[in-house]
Structure formats: structure tokens, C-alpha cells
Design a protein around this ligand. Structure first.
Ligand code: ADP
Ligand code: MG
Length: 499
């Protein structure tokens, strides 16, 4: 039924229309900061020795249709999802050494900030008359693209009404009639979460007291700088807060924890003004989510320094762990102990049932388990994806490659993977994308909708001080590609038109 929306979308472009759209999108991207740093495979280091260049983020020329019911369900459930992970923290607390060592010493900060993104697809198997919402994963660390995705919604909204009142930028199509992408408040929502944490931190704990600041900790060679800067700008211009960016490799050089002070405030000395000192209220991590972010012992030491300090961490080590796929798998289990219910004991059973409906079946690979059986049989493996427990991107094994892969690694390592049933996105969806290297590619696509949420809670007692949903991200990838990340080069940023 819903499929018919996709069958004649997007309207075909003649060469002049396509050239006009591509030029318009390219210029709009530069003018408005819808940009990324170029990949070294596109612009070689020799051609850009001083790193001055940037290029458009990969972006679709058209917004993609998305079922209204699925969008509304995703936004309605976000604050419930935010809350779900509070207690999961405790549940997995034994898994992590860093946490253990800080715990032995005692945490000095009980507040915890989450900036989350829950990713979904509109599950549309051929035997279903209406699409349903299914979760791909839940991100608890470095949930990115809030900054750029709001820009894509603005770009497509402008194109839908260009020139104003007499739109002709796009060929006409029924879906375009008095329809624009829903409001996208990702920048406002994510920044408000950080600002709320900053405020909740309160006065300086140092003697003499220091001005407080927010610290973004970022990766070396980050290409997605402008996405981060959108939040940075909102915090400095609208919330009027001091914000700094620091490379994770420089944490130990420019921050310190005053050990003589039992509150353990985190002091930041900006490299460009070492005589200035700030006390960090909130650490926002846009790094430390993948093993490649921990190259040496020094990186672990740096993470531990942040963790044991008084700064509010976004996220804490525990909250990062709560986003691991193995936790999502356990929560999604409908046999055995009902973990979901035990973590949401004050939640309306009806809402809990709606949450559960968004889970696709997921399994561990324990001996004699159902997961193992499904993964090793090529016929059933074909309908599954195998994921490593942690986040990071680009590491999944798909479909019939699963049995072969498992047989190539020692059985003792199988416990590091979870098996998930494939979600079936609408089969006829199409779009056209302008890639960062200027290539324009059209064809069959798969869309993944992310919904942002923020939560600030007190781990001592679990009191929630702030819990908000706001903003979304649509990423669209070519259908013949399994992986989905924009940063990894597989997807393009997109927006949505609800139907
Ligand atoms: P990560 O982003 O940490 O690599 P994801 O769980 O998001 O891990 O998986 C990466 C990509 O694989 C997704 O963006 C999506 O395109 C695809 N994918 C993951 N799980 C499923 C699933 N159950 N059904 C269909 N596609 C999936
Ligand atoms: Mg993902």
C-alpha cells in the first residue's frame, strides 16, 4: 500500500533540471556550512598541505518519503528510550575496568548527561499492509549529524518553495503539494542538553573559584568538524557559554584534576592562553567510541582522568556501555527474565509494549542457543546481520557471509557478536545524491531515520532532571550497500517528507 508512494518518486529530472539542482545544492552547502573536510582519497595531502579545504557533505537532491505513523511513533518513544538506559548502567557495571578503578576511588560527580540518537527503518515486508517502526541501534556516545541534518531539512525546505510562491526548482509531484520536512530542532535540543548540564554543575569547586566551561573532546583528523561547530555556535551565541574543543590526544597536556581538592574539579588550560584557567562543567565526547581512539596507554589514562573528575560526562563510561549492542540484544529478548520491564518499572505497560514492538529479534551466540543455529545455517543467516558488541561502524557481517565468517574465527570469540534479524525497508525507494567528491549518483536507496534525545539524571537516586526529544536525521544509502555510516562514506544526508 504505502509502497506506491515510492514507485514514482522522485520525479525524473531532465539534464537542465539536474544541472540546476546540483549547482544550487553545491552553492547552498558552502554558503550555509553543510560541509565536511575532504577525504584524503579525494584531495591528497600534497594538494591541501595546510588543511584549508572543505567540500559539501554528501547530500540527497530530494527529501525522501517517510511514513508519518513511523515518524510519530519514533518521536513519541524517544523520552522513554532516554530513560530506559539509566538503570541499564548498573546492570553492566562489572564489565569495565575504568569504571571499576574510578568506583574504587569513589565518583565525585553523580550527574550524568546523555545525548542520544535512536536509529530506525520503516520495516515494510511484502506481506505487511502498513510499515512499522524497527530500531537499528541506539547510540549513546558521539551521536553525530544533528548540526548538518538540520541544515539539510532547511535546504530541502527552501528547494520545495523556490522561488517562493512559484516553486519550480523540483519537477512537480503530488508529494510536494503543501508539504515540507517536519521542523528539525536537533541543534537546539542537543545544545540545550549540554547547557542544562553546565547549569546543573553549579558553582566552581576550585579555590580560588574559576570560570566554568564546556569542553568538546574530539578526534585527530576529524572530517565532520562543521557538524560539531553547529552545536558549539549555538552554545556560545545563544546560551552565551564558554566552550572549547580539545583533541583527545591532548587531554593530559592541557587538563588536570586537582587531587588536593576532594571534589576533583577538572581544570582546563587552553593551549593558546595557558595562563587562563577554566573549570570544566561538562565534557562532551565526540571521540573514544572506537578501539582506534585508544592507541596507547595514554589514551586510556586520559579517559580515566575525565571519568574520575567532577565534570559531568556526556557520556560516562557506563552510559557508553549501555549503548553496546549486547545490551540492546538483552533488552530485546522476549524469553527469559523481562529486563525491559525491570528497567522501566514506572512505565505504562501500553507504552512498554510499543517500545518492544520497535525491537527486531536479536540473539547472542551461546552454545545450543537459537542465535547459533540461525547464524550457522546459510538459509537462515541470509535474513540476518552479525554485529560486534560495541559501536563504531563498518564492522558488521551480512547475510550468507555469516556462517563462513564464524567458522573462520575461534569459537571462543563468538560471544563478542550478536545476531540480528534484518529489517526490510521499502523496496522501491529511490533518490539522487551529490557526493562529497562531486559525483552525482541516482538509484535504489535505503533510508535510516535517527531521532535525538537528551537526558540529565542523578545516578545517586536516579532522579531525572531533564528529559527531552527533539530533532532527527535521515541518512540514505544505495540499496546494494550493507553498511550505513555517512562518516564512513556509505550514506548521504537526507531529509523527509511525511505521507
Ligand atoms: P554501527 O553504526 O555501530 O556500525 P549499526 O547497527 O548502525 O552499527 O549497523 C550499521 C548499518 O548496518 C546500519 O546503518 C544499517 O544500514 C545496517 N543494519 C544494521 N542492522 C540492520 C538490520 N537489523 N536490518 C537491516 N540493516 C541493518
Ligand atoms: Mg549505526
Amino acid at each position: 500500500m504505502g509502497e506506491s508512494v515510492y514507485s514514482n518518486y522522485p520525479p525524473p529530472l531532465n539534464p537542465a533540471q539536474k544541472a540546476f539542482l546540483v549547482t544550487t545544492v553545491k552553492d547552498w552547502a558552502v554558503q550555509n556550512g553543510l560541509m565536511v573536510r575532504p577525504a584524503p582519497t579525494f584531495v591528497a595531502k600534497e594538494s591541501n598541505p595546510h588543511g584549508v579545504l572543505a567540500t559539501n557533505a554528501p547530500v540527497t537532491l530530494f527529501p525522501s518519503p517517510f511514513p508519518r505513523t513511523c515518524f510519530e511513533e519514533a518521536t513519541a518513544l524517544q523520552t522513554v528510550y532516554n530513560q530506559l538506559l539509566i538503570d541499564v548502567d548498573d546492570f553492566i557495571s562489572r564489565l569495565w575496568n575504568v569504571h571499576q578503578s574510578v568506583k574504587n576511588e569513589g565518583y565525585t560527580q553523580t550527574l550524568s548527561l546523555g545525548l542520544y540518537r535512536s536509529d530506525y527503518m520503516a520495516h515494510s515486508p511484502s506481506d505487511a499492509s502498513t510499515p512499522s517502526l524497527k530500531q537499528v541501534e541506539f547510540n549513546t556516545i558521539s551521536s553525530s549529524f544533528g548540526g548538518l541534518s538540520s541544515l539539510v531539512a532547511s535546504l530541502h525546505t527552501e528547494l520545495l518553495d523556490s522561488p517562493p510562491g512559484h516553486p519550480i526548482a523540483y519537477p512537480s509531484h503530488p508529494l510536494f503539494e503543501s508539504n515540507v520536512p517536519p521542523e528539525n530542532t536537533a541543534v537546539e535540543t542537543l545544545s540545550a542538553g549540554l547547557a542544562t548540564a553546565h547549569k546543573a554543575y553549579g558553582l566552581s569547586k576550585s579555590t580560588p573559584s574559576l570560570p566554568t566551561c564546556i569542553l568538546f573532546v574530539v578526534q585527530e583528523n576529524e572530517r565532520n568538524t562543521f557538524d560539531q561547530l553547529a552545536l558549539f555556535k549555538q552554545l556560545t551565541k545563544v546560551h552565551k557559554l564558554p566552550v572549547f574543543r580539545l583533541l583527545s590526544s591532548q587531554i593530559l597536556d592541557h587538563t588536570s584534576v586537582q587531587s588536593s581538592n576532594p571534589s576533583r574539579p577538572l581544570i582546563y588550560r587552553p593551549p593558546h592562553s595557558p595562563e587562563s584557567q577554566f573549570e570544566v562543567s561538562t565534557v562532551y565526547l565526540r571521540c573514544f567510541y572506537a578501539p582506534s581512539d585508544y592507541n596507547t596507554e595514554r589514551d586510556w589514562e586520559a579517559r580515566t582522568q575525565l571519568e574520575r573528575s567532577a565534570a559531568i560526562k556526556c557520556p560516562t563510561v557506563l552510559n557508553q556501555l549501555a549503548g553496546c549492542k549486547v545490551v540492546q540484544q538483552v533488552l530485546a529478548e522476549d524469553a527469559g527474565p523481562n529486563h525491559l520491564a525491570s528497567f522501566l518499572d514506572n512505565t505504562d505497560p501500553h507504552v512498554m509494549a510499543r517500545l518492544r514492538k520497535t525491537f527486531a529479534p536479536q540473539y547472542d551466540l551461546s552454545t545450543n542457543g537459537r542465535g547459533r543455529e540461525l547464524a550457522l545455517n546459510p538459509d537462515t543467516a541470509a535474513n540476518h546481520v552479525l554485529k560486534p558488541q560495541r559501536e563504531g561502524g563498518g564492522n558488521n557481517i551480512y547475510k550468507t557471509a555469516i556462517p563462513e565468517f564464524l567458522n573462520s574465527i575461534p569459537e571462543s570469540e563468538w560471544k563478542r557478536w550478536i545476531l540480528m534479524e534484518l529489517i526490510t525497508p521499502p523496496s522501491e525507494a529511490k533518490n539522487v545524491a551529490l557526493r562529497s567528491d562531486g559525483e552525482v549518483l541516482g538509484g535504489d536507496v535505503i533510508g535510516e531515520l535517527g531521532v535525538y534525545g537528551t537526558i540529565l539524571w542523578d545516578q545517586a537516586g536516579g532522579k531525572v532532571l531533564h528529559n527531552e526529544q527533539g530533532g532527527w536525521l535521515m541518512r540514505t544509502k544505495a540499496k546494494d550497500v550493507n553498511e550505513g555510516g555517512v562518516a564512513t562514506g556509505f550514506s548521504s544526508l537526507d531529509s523527509i517528507l511525511l505521507f
